[in-house]
Design a protein around this ligand. Structure first.
Ligand code: NDP
Length: 291
C-alpha cells in the first residue's frame, strides 16, 4: 500500500487559522497585535523568498511585520545597533535575522544579541538550553513543524525508535531534543546520525520514524528504510533541471513507508507556521497576557 502523504500545506492552513483566531482574541482583550521584525542582509535569492513568505504569512494571520533590508556590505556593528533598537521596541515581539549572513558578520554574535524573549527562531543559547532542559520557551520552527506534523497525524511517537539524519543546530539536534523529551507526545528513543556515522543504512533501517535533514537531494533510498516506517523529509534541494526535491528518494521510498512528507508541501510550510506560533507566544509573554 502506498504511504499516507503527510500534507504540511493543508495542516499549515488549519494551524494558521487557529493562530489568527488566537491573535485576534489577544488583540481584542489587550490591544496587543503580535509583531515580527525580519532582518535581511544582502541579496541571497533564497533568503529573499523565505523572508517574503514569512511577511505574507504574518499579514494573513493579522500580525504586524516589518522588514529591515540591509546591504551585503553592512558591518557587524551596524547590524548590532539595529538589533538593539528592535530589542527595545515594545511593538516588536519577535525578531528574525535571516541566515546565512555575509562573511564579515559573526553569526553567533548576532544570534546572541537578540534578546531571548524575542528570539522566535529559538536559536539563542538561553532558548537552546531551555529546550535541552525540557522547559522550552520557543521551540525552533522546523523541528517544531516536524513534531506537529507527527502529532496532528496521530503518528505514535512514545517509546518508538526515531532516527534523525543530520545534526545541525537548526534542525537535527533540536529535533532529537524535542522527540526524546520526557513528555507526553515525545518519549522516543532517538538516534542521531551525521556524515561520520558508519553503516548509515543499517541505522536508518531501525527507525520507526526517520527524519532526514542533510541537504543532499534524494539521498535516503528505499533500501535504507524499514517497511512501514514514517519518513519525514526536511531537505530542500534543487536538481540541475530546476526541480525541487527533498533529501528522500520520494517515489521508491513512498512505496514501502507507511507515511511520508512530500517536498514541496511538507515541512517547508510548517516551518513558517511555527514561526507565527512562536511570535504569538512572544506577544503573550511580553504583554504578560495569558489569553
Ligand atoms: P547543515 O548543512 O547545517 O547540516 C547538514 C547535516 O547533515 C550535518 O550534520 C552533516 O553532518 C549531515 N550530513 C551531510 N551529509 C551527510 C551524509 N551523507 N550522511 C549523513 N549525514 C550527512 O544543514 P541544515 O540542517 O541547515 O539543513 C538540512 C536540509 O534541510 C537542507 O536541505 C536545508 O535546505 C533544509 N532545511 C529546510 C527547512 C524547511 O523549512 N523545510 C529549514 C531548514 C533547513 P556533519 O555534522 O558531520 O557535517
Amino acid at each position: 500500500m502506498p504511504a499516507k502523504i503527510l500534507d504540511g500545506k493543508a495542516l499549515s492552513e488549519t494551524m494558521r487559522k487557529e493562530i489568527s483566531i488566537d491573535a485576534a482574541k489577544l488583540q481584542a482583550a489587550t490591544g496587543v497585535q503580535p509583531g515580527l521584525a525580519a532582518v535581511l542582509v544582502g541579496e541571497n535569492p533564497s533568503s529573499q523568498i523565505y523572508v517574503r513568505n514569512k511577511q505574507k504569512a504574518c499579514a494573513q494571520a493579522g500580525f504586524a511585520s516589518w522588514l529591515h533590508q540591509l546591504s551585503a556590505s553592512t558591518t557587524q556593528s551596524t547590524l548590532l545597533e539595529l538589533i538593539a533598537k528592535l530589542n527595545a521596541d515594545p511593538a516588536v515581539h519577535g525578531i528574525l535575522v535571516q541566515l546565512p549572513l555575509p562573511p564579515q558578520i559573526d553569526e553567533s554574535a548576532i544570534v546572541r544579541a537578540v534578546t531571548p524573549t524575542k528570539d522566535v527562531d529559538g536559536f539563542s543559547p538561553e532558548n537552546v538550553g531551555l529546550l535541552a532542559a525540557g522547559h522550552a520557551r520557543y521551540i525552533p520552527c522546523t523541528p517544531h513543524g516536524v513534531h506537529q506534523i507527527l502529532l496532528r497525524n496521530d503518528i505514535p511517537i512514545e517509546g518508538r525508535r526515531v532516527v534523525v539524519v543530520g545534526r545541525s543546530n537548526i534542525v537535527g539536534k533540536p529535533v532529537a531534543l524535542l522527540l526524546m523529551q520526557k513528555a507526553r507526545g515525545a518519549n522516543a528513543t532517538v538516534t542521531v546520525c551525521h556524515s561520520q556515522s558508519q553503516d548509515l543504512p543499517a541505522v536508518t533501517r531501525e527507525g520507526d520514524i526517520v527524519v532526514v535533514a542533510i541537504g543532499q537531494g534524494q539521498f535516503l533510498k528505499r533500501e535504507m528504510v524499514k517497511p512501514g516506517a514514517v519518513v519525514i523529509d526536511v531537505g530542500i534541494n534543487r536538481l540541475p533541471d530546476g526541480k525541487l526535491v527533498g533529501d528522500v528518494d520520494y517515489g521508491p521510498v513512498s512505496e514501502i513507508a507507511s507515511a511520508i512528507t512530500p517536498v514541496p508541501g511538507g515541512i517547508g510550510p510548517m516551518t513558517i507556521t511555527m514561526l507565527l506560533y512562536n511570535t504569538l507566544q512572544a506577544a503573550r509573554l511580553l504583554s504578560g497576557n495569558k489569553v
